[in-house]
Design a protein around this ligand. Structure first.
Ligand SMILES: [Zn+2]
Length: 230
């Protein structure tokens, strides 16, 4: 599909058969995805998004609950994927007060009767990419689509969200590896470099900080790794 990220552009080269994989950090490294999962069809609202005309920034976010947190908003890893990727109705209820459980009847109602007009425009995942703790990269919006993730960077920025609550937990090594690869691939696919595109955490472009991506998110290290790829 047009507008899909070529993740290979940002990944280290494949190692020769029999030799140790590049960047092998031990167990689970083969779980690091080399392709994005195309979830850009998760909602009809995606097709109606305006087109971005420039790329000024890549904004890093956190989304979801901490490991072991009560499923208040259904924003554990499995919940996020379900909540944010399988039903546009579920996405549209994000700004509706209440727990995930309490929203289920509403989601069902909207599924059968349609999403009310005032909620319809918000019925899409606002981030271009979701990266789960296993390092699986889901692309939620075509590369050129305008998201709704960071005030001032929606028209000219791309939102990359890491699933987890980094006020409490830390991102996994696979998640960080893939996050760096995604950012490098975005830049290379646009024929741009970190010299002209701002790499920032959400709080750096917010007037009121909300710990996004969070104190446990190694923002400087991620930035350094992306810059080092150019
Ligand atoms: Zn954010």
């Amino acid at each position: 599909m047009e507008g899909l990220l070529d993740l290979e552009l940002g990944l280290p080269p494949r190692s020769a058969p029999g030799s140790a994989p590049v960047g092998d950090s031990g167990e689970g490294s083969e779980a690091v995805a080399r392709q994005v999962v195309d979830r850009t069809g998760h909602s009809p609202a995606v097709a109606g998004r305006p087109q971005r005309t420039s790329l000024r920034g890549i904004v890093l976010h956190r989304i979801g609950d901490a490991i072991g947190a009560p499923p208040a908003e259904g924003r554990d890893v499995a919940g996020i994927i379900t909540f944010f990727t399988t039903t546009p109705e579920g996405v549209a209820t994000v700004t509706v007060e209440g727990s995930w459980e309490s929203k289920l009847p509403l989601i069902e109602k909207w599924r059968t009767e349609g999403i009310p007009e005032k909620n319809r425009a918000r019925a899409f995942v606002p981030y271009s990419f979701l990266i789960d703790p296993r390092g699986v990269v889901s692309q939620m919006l075509p590369l050129q689509a305008v998201g709704a993730h960071a005030y001032g960077y929606n028209q000219s920025g791309i939102g990359v969200a890491f699933i987890g609550d980094f006020r409490v937990d830390a991102p996994t090594p696979q998640q960080l590896d893939c996050g760096v690869a995604v950012c490098v691939a975005i830049l290379r696919q646009h024929h741009l470099t970190p010299a002209t595109v701002k790499l920032c955490g959400h709080d750096e472009v917010r007037s009121i900080p909300k710990q996004c991506p969070g104190l446990n998110y190694p923002l400087e290290e991620v930035r350094r790794r992306i810059i080092a790829a150019f």
